[in-house]
Design a protein around this ligand. Structure first.
Ligand SMILES: [Zn+2]
Length: 255
């Protein structure tokens, strides 16, 4: 029993199984106590230290894509870290903790919010400064953060292709990766994401895959919220155990 637990700890996640962690906001313990998408800085610092201490391979989005397309061999125990919404709490609270280890991270940003400096978005200058770190990748999180499945084809295109072009102009770098706002999408949205020239697109939980095939344009992620404060819960999430369990319950709930 102990041996099984130890080997699970050492070998999980298995090569090729790469949990993609999704964070939103890192802030004070007070805010983390009242909002479920907020992780306290202390807890976040502990999670980064955990990954470092136990030798997880935090990989970049480009490496993830290379592994997914068979151009790179996974070493095992890879995980990936993403942040949605481009909120200022990344620069203020998460960045200093990540800079200690320089763990690769992808920030999915909302193009219109950057321009308007609205909804707590980091501004262009802050993002440019962050992006000057080789370990920070920027991705698109649409133009205005709508529920894409409720829009016409043209409107979806404006959000996905439109944000890609705006962000590429703004940051002078290709935007290959996309996260759907609120994880919301359907088969049609995934097609438009592919046509818009993205390499990969991410949703949130498996529930969004109810009527959608899992492929490069519908990759589920593991949400890290204040409930991940407990180290065992966090380990469950980064080891792939949580995902396997979710997948099983998803299958039995009549997918
Ligand atoms: Zn979002």
């Amino acid at each position: 029993m102990v041996a099984a637990a130890v080997s699970a700890f050492v070998f999980l996640p298995l090569p090729g199984q790469i949990p993609v962690l999704m964070y939103h906001f890192i802030d004070t313990p007070e805010r983390a106590a009242s909002e479920k998408n907020v992780v306290s800085r202390k807890s976040f610092a502990r999670q980064m230290a955990f990954l470092h201490r136990f030798g997880y391979h935090v990989i970049s989005m480009d490496d993830y894509y290379a592994i997914k397309t068979g151009r790179k061999k996974p070493r095992g125990r890879e995980i990936m870290i993403t942040f949605d919404d481009g909120n200022y709490t990344f620069a203020d609270q998460a960045y200093p903790e990540m800079a200690k280890y320089q763990f690769p991270v992808t920030l999915f940003v909302i193009s219109q919010n950057i321009k308007d400096k609205s909804y707590g978005s980091m501004d262009e200058q802050t993002l440019k400064k962050l992006h000057s770190n080789s370990w920070i990748t920027l991705g698109s999180h649409s133009r205005t953060h709508p529920l894409l499945s409720q829009l016409s084809d043209d409107a979806v295109r404006q959000e996905l292709l439109g944000s890609k072009r705006e962000l590429e102009d703004l940051f002078n770098t290709p935007f290959w990766y996309l996260a759907y706002p609120s994880g919301n999408m359907d088969e049609r949205v995934t097609r438009i994401a592919e046509e818009s020239g993205y390499r990969l697109a991410f949703t949130t939980s498996l529930k969004h895959l109810k009527d959608v095939q899992e492929n490069f344009y519908s990759i589920p992620r593991v949400k890290i919220s204040r409930t991940s404060d407990c180290p065992i819960a966090f380990w469950g999430q980064i080891s792939g155990i949580y995902q396997a369990f979710k997948r099983l319950s998803h299958t039995f709930s009549g997918r």
